[in-house]
Design a protein around this ligand. Sequence first.
Ligand SMILES: *Cc1c(COP(=O)(O)O)cnc(C)c1O
Length: 348
Amino acid sequence: MLPQAVLEIAQREMLDWHGSGMSIMEMSHRGKEFTSVAHKMASDLREVMSIPDNYKVLFLQGGASSQFAMIPMNLLRGKSVADYVNTGDWSRKAIAEAQRFCSVNIVATTEGDNFTSAPSQAQLNLDPDAAYVHYVPNETIRGVEFDYIPDTGDVPLVADMSSTILSRPVDLSKFGMIYAGAQKNIGPAGLTLVIIRDDLLGETLATTPTMFDYQVHADNGSMYNTPPTYGLYLAGLVFAWLKEQGGLPAMAAINQRKAEKLYRAIDGDSFYANPVTKSQRSWMNVPFTLADATLDTLFLSEAESQGMVALKGHRSVGGMRASIYNAMPEAGVDALIAFMAQFSRQHG
Ligand SMILES: *Cc1c(COP(=O)(O)O)cnc(C)c1O
């Protein structure tokens, strides 16, 4: 979802942005109108996330999936080993890409418990000579979230925050780099956010194509080539909306409340189940199963008839998954909980 208020502004401004007689989509990315939109958007993001001055903010394309390859290209910096934590589907994809470029040291894996937990700090077998440590703070598909930020000493920590970014405040100084595809908590698909500490730039593999070099994008204010202008504009409206909501501390309180009430409903009814270790359950993605999987289709169609869509679990795990990102109002979670209780009474 995108916030309704954001979509309404976009609708009002669609044909004529601020009296310019043009849609944002029709403007040159180097013109003064769009430049003002891009500057405001970047400064609002810096403010909302409290991004330290020694971090560059890059707006790229190609999704988080392109980062899986760009990270080793840019961050190996003469080393041949990178540390990766394996907590599920997105970790595995990142690992597979890194293996094209270097030797990957799996510092911990939760495959043994079917990816229903995150490893503890003590379980991370970190290599002090690794170029960086990569992990996925929130594994979107199985709804597993780290309840701490790994301490990696002097080795830069890299995080795929695609499904947790902007859900709460984070201390960015603990990270060398974070990244996220926009489509979960930032804006529409097509934009990728990278936030990187500036001392990590400028040592890419010699064969790195220009467009895959962070330094090039940093030097060109993310406008080396034409950026996804409409996506940047909408992300800017989302950042302004976040400021109006009270910023990330306010979002954290709402998100925690939404998630806790949904897990309480699941745990309190034997018809529903979620297998994830309690302290490591995601605030954003809540997977659950029905006691009788033959009722899945009926559950989904009855939910849809009440206006609740996209509840089908990821094809690799089945069951259900409620994605309750920032833009999902608390009333939406309340409606789902009421529907689940009614369904369980009728069919459980
Ligand atoms: C959705 C998601 C991705 C994939 O993002 P794309 O932008 O589609 O490449 C990667 N990592 C995580 C954690 C995700 O949730």
